[in-house]
Design a protein around this ligand. Structure first.
Ligand code: NAP
Length: 446
């Protein structure tokens, strides 16, 4: 469903009217296209402790950024990146104000703010308080930015500027791949994260399976995984056969008719993998349904079907894979959650239960996946995404929902797919048991 309001306020007349009467002015977001530069302009790098580490400068240059330091007097920035890993006390936080004040207005449309910090570790209370303060600063910067610019926080375990996890995160967060990820903290742990031979095709040689892939977000995920080099198996209900075949043909993938909630789904999945692959590297639990009703009126089958498809299926399939030889080492599992699982939603107790449950699942299962040859499991929580599901909403509700984020627009399926593809890549090995929101900093539950 096209966003006609966004088109209107990006026309010369519509833009003038919207600005005069104070209406929201969502920007056309910069989304990844192969061959595009990493950023729309130079990157200003600063540090709260003096000069930024030379390793970070080199890493940023190697990923394609035109890096300048704070002495430069340019005034149009593609990105503002601040190394705040040495923050120890509340007074150190003034370094954030010094670096960003005055410069946020110089950020180009769809520019990027990235702060590198450290996660609180319990060693010192004042240090932990000061490190946690970065979360509030970055979320607030994200709400202050305009014209499609975003701000995110990378919590690094290694020294800033080292490690493939940091490199892969910089490639994702600075590029148009993270267009709809805003105001989010991500912890980059020290998990095994091999560098791909080719950063343009980080999934080359990998086998991936996406459930619920006949349309919507699942089809977009399959497309981006294939673009990044994976051989993709697209799975969906038998009745989705025609749509599924079209997706597979478009990507050069193969199909599997699989009802993820059926009692024999784990067995059938393992049998398919054993017969047709040399093992699975990437599994995306995307299949999901809604059966919305106020809890006061909800029927048992409306409750049970949502729990079975959205949550129980993931638990059962994961258990079967972990106990089998079909899941390869350094596997990546990504589960679709939802911001509804974080905030709750009227009429969606069943759905919110499953999407919150998925968050519990990935947090609890992270250790088991790490023990399986340094594999990872993470969740992606989309906010309001334009799909067939949301196209069925009443016009007024959809229009309000679209504007209720810092980016003032709905995301596209490809925005979710880019985040899933990053978490599926070898370089994201330092991210495990986490939830990444792809919601344009949705104001609900933010
Ligand atoms: P969608 O358009 O309804 O697509 C879901 C796909 O899953 C459909 O092809 C559906 O097949 C399939 N499916 C349903 N039950 C299945 C089962 N038992 N086994 C295998 N496949 C099954 O949904 P979407 O909007 O792309 O959402 C994809 C995922 O993102 C879901 O987990 C959803 O909860 C989550 N999400 C979406 C949004 C959003 O704004 N769209 C926001 C947050 C989270 P049929 O069409 O035949 O039923």
């Amino acid at each position: 469903m096209p966003d006609r309001y966004l088109d209107l306020v990006n026309s010369p007349l519509g833009s003038a009217v919207a600005s005069r009467v104070g209406l929201p002015r969502p920007a056309v977001l910069r989304r990844y296209q192969a061959g595009d530069p990493l950023l729309p302009g130079p990157l200003l790098l600063g540090s709260t402790s003096g000069a930024a580490p030379a390793e970070l400068v080199d890493l940023l240059k190697s990923v394609g950024a035109d890096v300048r330091d704070a002495q430069t007097d340019d005034d149009r920035w593609g990105a503002l990146v601040l190394d705040a890993t040495e923050i120890r006390t509340p007074s150190d936080l003034a370094g954030l104000r010094t670096f960003f004040a005055g410069r946020l207005r110089q950020l180009l449309p769809s520019g990027r703010v990235l702060v590198l910090g450290r996660a609180p570790d319990g060693a010192d209370i004042a240090t932990d308080a000061s490190r946690q303060a970065l979360d509030g600063v970055v979320r607030s910067i994200a709400k202050e930015l305009q014209r499609g610019a975003t701000a995110n926080l990378l919590l690094v375990d290694e020294p800033a500027g080292t490690g493939t996890s940091v490199e892969s995160a910089l490639r994702f967060f600075l590029s148009g791949k993270s267009a709809y990820v805003d105001g989010q903290p991500v912890r980059l742990g020290s998990g095994e994260a091999p560098a791909p031979a080719d950063w343009d095709h980080p999934l080359a040689g990998k086998t991936a399976l996406v459930t619920g892939a006949a349309r919507g977000i699942g089809a977009a995920i399959a497309g981006v995984l294939a673009r990044d080099g994976a051989s993709v198996i697209v799975a969906d209900l038998a009745q989705a056969g025609e749509g599924l075949a079209k997706v597979a043909n478009r990507l050069g993938g193969t199909t599997l008719h699989l009802d993820v909630a059926s009692p024999d789904a784990p067995e059938r999945l393992l049998a398919h993998l054993a017969a047709h692959t040399e093992g699975l590297d990437i599994l995306i639990h995307n299949a999901g349904i809604t059966r919305d009703k106020l809890l006061a009126n909800m029927k048992p089958d409306q409750w049970d079907s949502v729990i079975a498809v959205n949550l129980e299926s993931q638990l059962r399939i994961n258990d079967a894979l972990l106990g089998s030889r079909q899941l390869r080492d350094q596997a990546r599992v990504v589960c679709l959650s939802s911001t509804t699982g974080l905030s709750g939603n009227r009429g969606q107790t069943n759905y919110a239960a499953t999407k919150a449950g998925v968050i519990g699942l990935v947090r609890s299962a992270a250790a088991a996946f790490a023990s399986h040859g340094d594999s990872t499991i993470n969740a992606v929580a989309p906010g309001f995404i334009d799909t067939e599901m949301t196209a069925k909403m009443p016009l007024a509700t959809r229009e309000v929902a679209r504007r209720l984020s810092s980016l003032q627009q709905a995301g596209l399926p490809v925005d979710v797919a880019e985040a899933v593809a990053w978490l599926s890549s070898p370089g994201a090995g330092g991210v495990n048991g986490q939830v990444l929101r792809v919601c344009g900093q949705n104001l609900v539950g933010a």
